[in-house]
Design a protein around this ligand. Structure first.
Ligand code: ADP
Ligand code: MG
Length: 238
C-alpha cells in the first residue's frame, strides 16, 4: 500500500519478487525475545538500518533473500539475528552432527568480523558458533566441529578442507548465508561455493548478500536461490 511504498522510498529500499513482506521500523517488530532485544540494545543498535528494515522481515519469514547494499550498511546483523532465531528453533546438534547454519565469506578478515558479531548475539543463549577459516588452528576447528555446533562461519577453502577431512558434514544445514558474494566470486571461489551448497539439502533457506551485482553473481542467484525476495538499497555499482 501507499504507506509501505512511502516508507520504502524514504529508506531508498527497492524490492522485487513474490509478495515481499512489509519493512519494519523497529527491532521490536521482529518478534525477537527479550534476551535478543536486550543484546541488540547493548550493541548500541537503536533502530534497523535500511537494509535491515527490509531484509529482517524477509529472512525471518523463511524466504530466500538477495540483499544488495553497500559496505557499512549493517548487512551482518541482517543475517546473524535471524540465524539465531533459526537455530534456536531446532534440536541442538550432538557430537558428530554438523552445524544448522553455515555462513561463507571470502576472506579470513571478513569471516572473523561475522564470527565476532554472531558470537556477541549468540552468547546469552550459549549457542556455539564455530570459526572455520585460516589463521586459527585447524586442530581446534576439527575438535569444535566434531563436538557439535549450531553455526559455522567459514571461508570456502577452509570449509572444503574440513569437509574433506570428515571433520564436518553439511547434512544438517538448513540456513546458508553467502556474504560478499561478489568478492567471493572475484576471488575464484565459485566452484567451492557451489560444491559446498551441493552438499546441503535443497529445502534449506539461502541468503545472498552482496555490494554489487555483476553477471557472475546473477548466475549464482539464479542457481542457488529459490523464489527469492530481491532487496536493494541506494545506488549500487555494477
Ligand atoms: P556491511 O556488512 O553492510 O558492510 P556491517 O554489518 O559490517 O556492514 O555493519 C557496519 C557497522 O554498523 C558495524 O560497526 C555494525 O556494528 C554497525 N551496525 C549494524 N547495524 C546497526 C544498527 N542497526 N544501528 C547502529 N549500528 C549498526
Ligand atoms: Mg559485510
Amino acid at each position: 500500500d501507499a504507506e509501505v511504498n512511502a516508507y520504502r522510498r524514504q529508506l531508498e529500499v527497492r524490492v522485487a519478487g513474490f509478495e515481499p513482506p512489509r519493512p519494519i521500523q523497529t527491532f521490536g517488530q521482529c518478534g525477537f525475545d527479550h534476551t535478543l532485544l536486550g543484546a541488540i540494545k547493548r550493541a548500541g543498535y537503536e533502530k534497523p538500518t535500511p537494509i535491515q528494515a527490509q531484509a529482517l522481515p524477509a529472512v525471518l519469514s523463511g524466504r530466500d533473500v538477495l540483499a544488495l547494499a553497500k559496505t557499512g550498511s549493517g548487512k551482518t546483523a541482517g543475517f546473524v539475528l535471524p540465524l539465531l532465531v533459526h537455530v534456536l528453533d531446532q534440536p541442538e546438534p550432538g557430537k558428530g552432527e554438523g552445524p544448522i547454519a553455515l555462513v561463507l565469506a571470502p576472506t579470513r578478515e571478513l569471516a572473523e568480523q561475522i564470527h565476532k558479531e554472531a558470537r556477541r548475539f549468540a552468547k546469552p543463549y550459549a549457542l556455539r558458533v564455530c570459526a572455520a577459516f585460516g589463521g586459527l588452528s585447524k586442530f581446534e576447528q576439527v575438535k569444535e566441529l566434531k563436538a557439535g555446533t549450531e553455526a559455522a562461519v567459514a571461508t570456502p577453502g577452509r570449509m572444503m578442507d574440513l569437509v574433506r577431512m570428515k571433520a564436518c558434514t553439511l547434512g544438517r544445514v538448513t540456513y546458508v548465508v553467502l556474504d560478499e558474494a561478489d568478492r567471493m566470486l572475484d576471488m575464484g571461489f565459485e566452484q567451492q561455493v557451489r560444491s559446498l551448497l551441493g552438499q546441503v539439502q535443497p529445502d534449506r533457506q539461502t541468503l545472498l548478500f552482496s555490494a554489487t551485482m555483476p553477471k557472475k553473481v546473477e548466475g549464482l542467484v539464479a542457481d542457488v536461490l529459490s523464489n527469492p525476495v530481491h532487496i536493494s538499497v541506494g545506488q549500487l555499482g555494477a
